[in-house]
Design a protein around this ligand. Structure first.
Ligand code: MG
Length: 275
């Protein structure tokens, strides 16, 4: 199922997207995280909507966003480092989340080095603690796309740790839909492409991850509980602005688009805010 959260006439709903038609689900709440936690799969209601008539919302409000750094060898190399020997885990605040088509925003008094990171995002479906790698995919509800937007100056020069630079408001676009795990038999066989203003910047297969989804879930679950509705963003391939010579960071009016085959396209304009 392609699960979509959308607004129509200011009411937020959950639906199943089939082609360009949304079949609203018979769910009293609009909260996908609650729906996943309760383990229910609602049936379709009688209502349907055309995709063009609705506003697409973020497909989930994650409990926590677990992020993986330097999980593609070529990306580690472009940042001047080697891939880590075990997953490099950091966090993004859940308040960073925005939907497709919503603007990524910042003030130039805060950052002048805003970068994109196209990533496969894993939505956890069941409480996972001490999970074995061979069982790990059974804990996945589905997959979506994330942009791990990063203020490189905060991350690498000013704060010298990553929390703020990765957690400015609007710095985690996700969506447009969650594709349930049954429709993604192998998360390590997906092509990811990121464009900025139509120019291809990142193009790689998730087969190139240093640590795959199974390992990441098992590894994380040994240290902390993964809960239904948590999201793991699995790292970005090479091609970020940080690795370019010269570095071409995002600017007002740019449009970043991330496509993962079989999942969809996440597109966000960039907007510099007044001081
Ligand atoms: Mg990242």
């Amino acid at each position: 199922m392609r699960l979509i959260t959308f607004s129509y006439n200011d009411r937020t709903r959950i639906g199943e997207l089939v082609g360009d038609t949304i079949y609203a689900l018979a769910w009293v709440d609009s909260n996908v995280r609650q729906m996943i936690r309760r383990g229910v799969t609602p049936s379709r209601s009688y209502e349907r909507f055309a995709l063009k008539d609705v506003k697409i919302e973020a497909p989930i409000n994650p409990g926590k966003i677990v992020a993986i750094g330097k999980n593609y060898a070529e990306h580690a190399a472009e940042t001047g480092s080697k891939p880590p020997e075990s997953p490099a885990i950091f966090a993004k605040f859940p308040s960073t989340v925005i939907a497709t088509n919503e603007p990524i925003t910042w003030r130039t008094s805060i950052t002048n080095e805003v970068d994109y990171e196209g990533e496969l995002a894993v939505v956890i479906g069941k409480t996972a603690r001490d999970v074995k790698e061979e069982d790990a995919l059974n804990y996945v509800y589905g997959y979506t796309i994330a942009n791990d937007v990063s203020a490189r100056d905060l991350q690498l020069k000013i704060d010298i740790q990553w929390t703020r630079g990765k957690s400015l408001d609007t710095f985690c676009p996700i969506g447009p839909v969650i594709v349930t795990a049954d429709e993604v038999p192998d998360p390590q066989n997906l092509m990811l492409t990121t464009t900025v203003n139509g120019e291809v910047r990142q193009h790689a297969s998730t087969a190139d991850m240093v640590f795959g989804v199974r390992h990441l879930i098992a590894y994380c679950s040994r240290s902390f509980t993964l809960e239904p509705g948590d999201v793991i963003i699995t790292g970005t391939p090479s091609g970020v602005a940080l690795g370019m010579k010269p570095q071409v960071y995002l600017k007002d009016g740019d449009v970043v688009s991330i496509t993962i085959d079989g999942i969809g396209e996440l597109t966000n304009p960039c907007k510099v805010l007044p001081e």
